[in-house]
Design a protein around this ligand. Structure first.
Ligand SMILES: Nc1ncnc2c1ncn2[C@@H]1O[C@H](COP(=O)(O)OP(=O)(O)OP(=O)(O)O)[C@@H](O)[C@H]1O
Ligand SMILES: [Mg+2]
Length: 315
């Protein structure tokens, strides 16, 4: 059109209209090609990549990660989505490895007492063993099967608690519950000649008594287990405003800082010298219960001097 004007050529209005339409068509084509290019490189390609990564995750590959698309470091919706996707895969990988570790740990722990039972049962079949030997073998088999039974019931309890969200609250005397728990462990205290200091206020709470039983039992059993004979254990209960505070302190071996970070992990046991007893499930149960009842647990410890576990429960 401009060209015609420039040459001063007389053109019919039809030609001009045709020129304009051609021009508009050309611009539209350019715009749609640009949009298509932006959509393809900016969204469709990354979306296809995400879809492919999601399929890999569904097949059990948790190593896939998607790289960010923007070079300028800015975050649009797609970048946020990619970031969330990567985070989700990371979480899934952690859950999967925890599950695998858990199964591996259980299998290992089950194998040990089973092997003991098998070998001692074989020994029992031998002819000519004395009555005393027989008694010893039977005792070992009984101890191993009781260990196995403890392991199975603790694993079942933990699995049940991990799937539980609802608790059965009632108002009861926390003081009475602590006293009863201490009484039930009387024999163990005496066996190790442990001095017990009790300072318990009459505190009532509204919570799940059967769940909190697990907490006191495990914390006290640990305190006894990790305290040398002749040591001291303190059990305190006080109330601060609406919060009941239970403190269980011992003069035992204490917990190293590195170990302290992991004591609530399933199957984690700190000191190898104590590996013979327990499975490292007690404090995982404690932590789960405390989370369920909405409380808090705090540990302070000094290597070689003792540990203090403080539980705070809000009414
Ligand atoms: N009072 C304590 N003093 C010193 N170390 C402790 C104390 N309580 C817990 N620990 C450390 O934390 C680890 C984990 O405790 P947890 O109660 O979960 O397992 P456990 O007592 O070894 O076994 P389980 O409770 O299954 O019988 C222990 O192995 C120990 O190293
Ligand atoms: Mg324990």
């Amino acid at each position: 059109m401009l060209y015609n004007k420039f040459l001063n050529v007389k053109t019919s209005p039809w030609i001009i209209a045709l020129d304009i339409s051609g021009y508009i068509l050309f611009v539209c084509l350019l715009i749609s090609l640009t949009i298509h290019y932006i959509m393809h490189t900016g969204y469709l390609k990354p979306l296809a990549e995400i879809g492919q990564a999601a399929r890999k995750v569904a097949e059990g590959d948790f190593t896939v990660r998607i790289h960010g698309k923007r070079k300028d470091g800015l975050k649009d919706e797609l970048e946020v989505f990619i970031e969330d996707f990567n985070k989700m895969v990371e979480e899934l990988a952690t859950i999967e490895s925890l599950k695998e570790d858990f199964i591996a740990n259980i299998s290992h722990e089950i194998k040990t007492p089973l092997a003991v039972i098998q070998s001692y049962a074989t020994l029992l079949r031998k002819e000519g063993i004395s009555k005393e030997e027989k008694e010893n073998y039977i005792q070992t088999v009984l101890e191993a099967s009781s260990k196995l039974s403890d392991l199975v019931s603790n694993v079942l309890r933990l699995t049940k608690l991990e799937n539980q969200e609802i608790i059965q609250k009632s108002s009861y005397s926390l003081a009475e519950q602590l006293r009863l728990c201490i009484l039930s462990l009387d024999e163990k205290f005496e066996e190790k000649n442990i001095e017990l200091e009790i300072d318990i206020d009459e505190v009532m709470i509204v919570s799940d008594a059967s769940l909190l039983d697990i907490v006191w039992n495990n914390l006290l059993t640990n305190a006894i287990k990790f305290t040398e004979p002749g040591g001291r254990i303190k059990v305190l209960l006080h109330q601060e405003n609406e919060t009941a505070i239970v403190t269980i302190a011992d003069t035992g071996c204490g917990i190293d800082d590195n170990i302290c970070k992991r004591i609530f992990d399933r199957f984690y046991q700190g000191d190898t010298s104590h590996l013979v007893e327990g499975y490292g499930l007690g404090l995982s149960l404690v932590k789960r219960v405390i989370d369920l009842v909405g409380g808090r647990i705090l540990v302070t410890s000094e290597n070689g001097k003792g540990s203090t576990f403080t539980v705070r429960l809000n009414n």
